[in-house]
Write a protein that binds this ligand. Sequence first.
Ligand code: NAD
Ligand code: ZN
Length: 345
Amino acid sequence: MEVRLKILFTSLCHTDVYFWEAKGQTPLFPRIFGHEAGGIVESVGEGVTDLEPGDHVLPVFTGECKECRHCKSEESNMCDLLRINTDRGVMLNDGKSRFSINGQPIYHFVGTSTFSEYTVVHVGCVAKINPAAPLDKVCVLSCGISTGLGATLNVAKPGKGSTVAIFGLGAVGLAAAEGARMAGASRIIGVDLNSKRFNEAKKFGVTEFVNPKDHGKPVQEVIAEMTGGGVDRSVECTGNINAMISAYECVHDGWGVAVLVGVPNKDDAFKTHPMNVLNEKTLKGTFFGNYKPRSDLPLVVEKYMNKELQLEKFITHEVPFSEINKAFDYMLRGDSLRCVIRMDA
Ligand code: NAD
Ligand code: ZN
């Protein structure tokens, strides 16, 4: 059930940076990072029937076996077999890695390891897409952009004319904003500590901005004042625990829904007064925007192909593979949304 992919383009998502920094986790080294990518099937292993060499594909950090309770449920994308596992650095089939150097294993990362010219992936983590789709653009749908978009469209589900707050205006947050715009939200409030983000965010339909550093009180209070009690929906895309709590507390009582997307630090704990829950504020979270990778991702690619969704504005940088470290610098400086890395250069 394995496929070998030739990776043509990959891009850097904050999750790679987070696991590279290995804050508070048990790091598994050496390993090959990378999980946002586009490529071509080079060969297929025993048992693979729905992919063949030459197919254009996006690998995904979480999978869809199509057999388990989750895959059969309309509500879940948390596949029992292939859901994201950041501790497993080996293939499911034999518990071994497909990468080595001088006989020593190099581990996999979230089942994808796309910072490599070739990688081996479980077939359930591979979405076959329209071969006409340009892989240097749609590669960003393999994680961040689909995650943000789906967090809004599939999980937060804002109604027409609603007010939505987006915490964190990186690529994931701006994709969430794009989802709010597509859903017809009338006010989209962007929250970020980095004011450089605000200009860019206008292109994504963000109508108002809040930098928590500019206010002497919690950002949830600022938002409550701006909106007459709170927003209808909020989507958190920072990975910062305080932002997660603010994103929850800033939704309106009675109907507000907050969706967490950011990956927290290992020892973080979410703390809020239970009265907020009794007051009918709802807290949700999602991996990969609730999209099922194999069934749904090809349809997200079609949204790009029929111009419902623009991807160019997310791609702020491009570098050859030999300069991949620049992509890390751009992200750490807060200068990039997505830096696409070209593997053949
Ligand atoms: P990014 O670094 O480009 O963007 C994060 C933004 O959040 C930055 O602009 C930063 O200034 C801002 N920020 C940080 N702390 C903040 C705070 N306390 N208040 C307000 N803003 C704050 O990262 P990205 O690639 O857009 O990813 C965003 C998050 O989503 C990361 O935590 C990443 O790990 C996570 N992620 C989750 C999934 C999933 O399936 N759940 C998928 C992809 C990425
Ligand atoms: Zn499954």
